[in-house]
Design a protein around this ligand. Structure first.
Ligand SMILES: Cc1cc2nc3c(=O)[nH]c(=O)nc-3n(C[C@H](O)[C@H](O)[C@H](O)COP(=O)(O)OP(=O)(O)OC[C@H]3O[C@@H](n4cnc5c(N)ncnc54)[C@H](O)[C@@H]3O)c2cc1C
Length: 496
């Protein structure tokens, strides 16, 4: 494709994506590369994206972050899952936790045994057998070198960007402030050669990372990589975000509360709560959305509500010529399962693993794009699942979701679970079997069957082992401190 050596990396954009890329590349490959990041204070960042999933912990380790320092700097709290309220029916509530549920055998996952126990009327709720879920419901949390608990973070997006910027600059990244006015391409190959700022400054590079957000200044406006729209499955296209003061102890989970034309998030941080209303503009106008959001706030608003427009879908090629798009520039599946920051982290990791030091080649680009597509499509299916499996009939939005056709890959999964209780984690699938099961059952998809190996277990033994597991989990949760107390002793910001 272009046999030119790659040494000079230029990152366009300094939102979460830009600074994650800068921090990771400078930490892992900084001695081999020359890295510059361009950002515009005038344009600013999207300013949302505060709920993460557990993969953020391993990525933080890759960045060499100290957890307490990171949490203090970003006013972070711990997250054990997401509570879904009013999704399948008004009044419903379930928690999609990050925990493992029970113990599976190599023939059948735990939920098959649980379904059997439920049919025999000797089972508690599925969540009784998940430590993280019980800890979340009790508002408890603890971690440490010996603690086996799977968790993620809620963090302040602006503080996170600032924190990563400081580290990146210490690790040798040059930051340039200014607005990119023009993108210069090689007339023959179409490769990007330089970014020209409105100030006239010219920044040359071998590889460009497009982190310019929804506008995709390099990948789309310049290279026309194309966009696949997923609006027929994911109908929301707008969000309103506002921050409020905390009114009580921070919950160790995100809340996702469905409303007549979308859903509302509540993300508890140490110093405030992030709130947002996600909606379909075809079913609710901005004024009605704002009125609904403001009516449902629990604390005093600290900021003015801001409307954010988006188009769910994916960039057809996230790597095109010598440009790799990350973050919102690469696509957006909507924030329901907090997967965007994860997707940035996984894409940066893949880029570092496949880094084209001696020139960009077609097979590398193809492999990168194929993996990105597979991962994103599996996440897309998981998110559509929440909408499709609704029984709500109270608004045009929910009726549309309930009646829509879904991608064949998802229709197959739903069919498999309905018929036989089977759920699986495909390769490139971020979500584990426990996640699929929690959401399918939480959304009232009732399997007609389950693996018959579970019937071989005598009822008394089944009852005893479920009771033992439940009481072991309850006792462990009982011994834990509250989430709020744990944060205060573990990572509260040190007063200046
Ligand atoms: C409503 C909503 C809720 C979300 N919630 C979550 C969540 O809970 N969890 C999660 O993981 N993700 C979430 N996301 C996604 C998350 O916000 C993004 O993935 C993340 O913030 C990365 O954004 P970004 O860096 O790609 O873009 P931005 O933050 O938009 O950054 C773009 C950067 O490019 C710069 N730029 C643009 N044009 C120019 C130019 N011409 N010259 C110079 N600089 C330029 C800007 O100044 C800025 O620095 C959410 C997104 C939305 C819309």
């Amino acid at each position: 494709m272009d046999g030119q050596e790659v040494r000079k990396v230029v990152i366009a954009g300094g939102g979460t994506a830009g600074w994650i890329a800068a921090a990771a590349l400078s930490r892992q490959l900084g001695r081999l590369l020359d890295i510059t990041l361009v950002e515009s204070d005038e344009i600013g960042t999207v300013g949302v994206g505060e709920s993460t999933i557990p993969t953020a912990r391993s990525f933080n380790a890759l960045l060499g972050l100290d957890e307490r320092e990171f949490m203090r700097a970003t006013q972070a709290t711990f997250k054990l899952g997401i509570a879904f309220e009013d999704w399948a029916r008004l009044g419903d509530r379930y928690l999609h936790s990050f925990g493992q549920i029970g113990t599976s055998t190599w023939i059948a996952d735990f939920h098959h045994f649980w379904l059997e126990a439920r049919a025999r009327r000797i089972a508690g709720g599925l969540g009784d057998y998940c430590f993280e879920l019980q800890a979340a419901e009790a508002g408890k949390f603890a971690t440490g070198p010996d603690a086996a608990i799977n968790y993620a973070y809620h963090l302040d997006a602006t503080l996170y960007g600032r924190y990563l910027r400081e580290r990146s600059e210490r690790q040798g990244v040059s930051r340039v402030e200014g607005k990119i006015g023009q993108v210069e391409q090689d007339p023959e190959s179409g490769f990007i050669r330089a970014l020209v700022l409105e100030s006239g400054a010219r920044i040359e590079g071998d590889l460009f990372i497009d982190c310019t957000g929804f506008r995709g200044l390099l990948i789309e406006q310049t290279l026309k990589a194309g966009y696949e729209d997923w609006g027929q499955w994911l109908a929301t296209d707008s969000a309103l975000a506002v921050q409020t003061g905390s009114v009580g102890p921070a919950l160790p989970y995100t809340r996702a509360i469905a409303h007549e034309a979308g859903w509302q998030w509540r993300i508890p941080l140490q110093h405030r709560v992030g709130n947002g209303l996600v909606y379909s503009s075809a079913h609710m106008d901005d004024d009605a959305a704002q009125a609904l959001l403001m009516a449902k706030l629990e604390g005093d608003a600290l900021t003015e509500p801001r409307v954010i427009r988006y188009r769910t879908g994916r960039r057809r090629k996230t790597w095109e010529k010598n440009c790799v798009a990350l973050g919102l520039a690469s696509g957006f599946v909507e924030p329901l399962e907090s997967t965007s920051i994860h997707l940035i982290m996984i894409a940066v990791t893949r880029l570092m693993q496949m880094f084209p030091f001696s020139g960009i080649s077609e097979p590398v680009v193809r492999r990168f794009n194929d993996q990105a597509q597979n991962e994103l499509e599996r996440i897309r299916d998981f998110i559509i699942l929440h909408y499709k499996l609704t029984e709500r009939d109270d608004s045009a939005f929910w009726r549309q979701c309930r009646d829509m056709d879904v991608p064949a890959t998802l229709a197959d999964r739903i069919g498999l679970f309905r018929e036989a209780g089977f759920a699986y984690q495909a390769s490139d699938d971020l979500f584990r079997v426990d996640s699929w099961v929690q959401v399918m059952l939480g959304q009232r998809l009732e399997p007609l069957g389950n693996h018959q190996v579970s019937r071989l277990m005598p009822p008394e033994r089944m009852q005893q082992s479920l009771a033992d597991l439940k009481s072991k989990i309850a006792a462990a949760v009982q011994r834990m401190p509250t989430h709020q107390d744990f944060i205060e002793q573990y990572c509260a910001p040190i007063p200046a």
